[in-house]
Design a protein around this ligand. Structure first.
Ligand SMILES: *Cc1c(COP(=O)(O)O)cnc(C)c1O
Length: 360
């Protein structure tokens, strides 16, 4: 793949913020784009100025949500080089999402090479501040002008990047989670396993409902029995029993297979925890929180890495977890994972991919 690199006009060039990045408030000066048509395949790969797209109001993805995305981060090492974390896993998942949404796959090597090239060109947008990072958002949308309901014949694949601050700006604080059995996010056989926008659209109403009740996130149960724990917003969920056994819901088809989730399973075992994937009954789980058998609950995802859960709401009940404090297992996993991501600790798993300054 030849990637054409276009200049940014001098009066359009923006400087990255120096601190207080927030979450994806500003985007780097350039983005990656390429187009797909049935007869030409992927073509016209460019690194070009970050700018609005021009789309027909009849563009199919605006109507029927045929789109997918990914989320990963680049981390500045102490030696100035840049790490990606398990980028092949995100790339494979991007293609799995594409297949599920009847979209064309991308070449995995080329996709990752394009991301590395974009980051190298926009190097100054990768923060050096402790615990800040660069958020990478690969996306694909159907671009055919058509209101018929069928898979599109044309697609746009793009990657935008944005510096992000530490997820927990006031420190590593527990979040509150409302368990809903009134609404469902995804059902087995549906698209819950794919990183596609519709899953988020489907979650917004329950999210607003939870916020009105004073909670920041929603915990979803399986859509059929409304009984088995699935995941939280944009995070998978883990329970710690007796301080030494970590249990996370099995991937049943309606849960997003998180890269952080898999890393928690592998790192947890490496650190000597018993780790299990299982069906978790919400009533048993809440009884175990109340009895103190469950000592910690935390979410896992690229944005927060590990997010301790301090309390659950369910119907009219409020249930505190480990006195609303951050537990030792969440802290240990958070520190270990972020040390590997920033290159501060050895990486026995081969998870880290260091971008070379001249190529990928
Ligand atoms: C992205 C995402 C996750 C977390 O996946 P990571 O690869 O760990 O970032 C979990 N649940 C949902 C619904 C997601 O979209």
């Amino acid at each position: 793949m030849e990637i054409q690199v276009l200049p940014v006009a001098a009066d359009q060039l923006r400087q990255p913020p120096k601190a207080d990045y927030g979450f994806c408030v500003t985007f780097a000066n350039r983005m990656f784009t390429q187009h797909y048509t049935r007869d030409r395949g992927w073509h016209d790969a460019k690194i070009e100025p970050f700018a609005p797209f021009s789309l027909s109001p009849a563009t199919s993805s605006l109507h029927y949500a045929q789109m997918i995305f990914e989320g990963m981060k680049a981390y500045r090492r102490a030696d100035g080089r840049i790490n990606l974390f398990r980028p092949w896993d995100n790339t494979r998942r991007f293609n799995n999402s594409a297949l599920r949404m009847a979209m064309p796959v991308v070449d995995e090597e080329e996709h990752l090479a394009a991301i590395c090239k974009l980051i190298n060109i926009e190097d100054e947008w990768v923060p050096s501040q402790a615990d800040a990072s660069l958020y990478i958002r690969p996306t694909m949308i159907a671009t055919e002008t058509m209101l018929g309901v069928r898979a599109g014949a044309a697609y746009l694949h793009f990657v935008i990047i944005s510096p992000v601050g530490p997820y927990f700006s006031e420190g590593f604080n527990p979040v509150s989670v409302y368990i809903t059995d009134a609404y469902a996010r995804a059902v087995r056989g549906g698209v819950g396993e794919a990183k596609t926008g519709g899953n988020y659209a489907a979650s917004l109403f329950a999210g607003e409902d939870a916020r009105r009740k004073g909670y920041s996130q929603v915990l979803w149960l399986d859509a059929i029995e409304r009984r088995y724990v699935e995941e939280v917003g944009a995070m998978n969920i883990c329970f710690v029993y007796d301080g030494r056994r970590i249990v996370t819901p099995s991937l049943t088809g309606s849960i997003l297979p998180g890269v952080t989730r898999r890393s928690v399973i592998e790192l947890g075992r490496h650190l000597g925890y018993e780790v299990e994937e299982a069906m978790i009954d919400v009533h048993e789980m809440l009884a175990d929180v109340k009895s103190g058998r469950i000592t910690e609950v935390f979410g896992s995802g690229t944005a927060a890495v590990i997010a301790p859960v301090g309390k659950f709401g369910f119907h009219d009940e409020e249930i505190a977890i480990s006195d609303g404090q951050t537990g030792p297992v969440a802290r240990e996993l958070f520190e270990h994972l972020t040390d590997i991501q920033y290159g501060r600790a050895p990486d026995p798993f081969g998870w880290v991919y260091t971008i070379s300054p001249n190529g990928h």
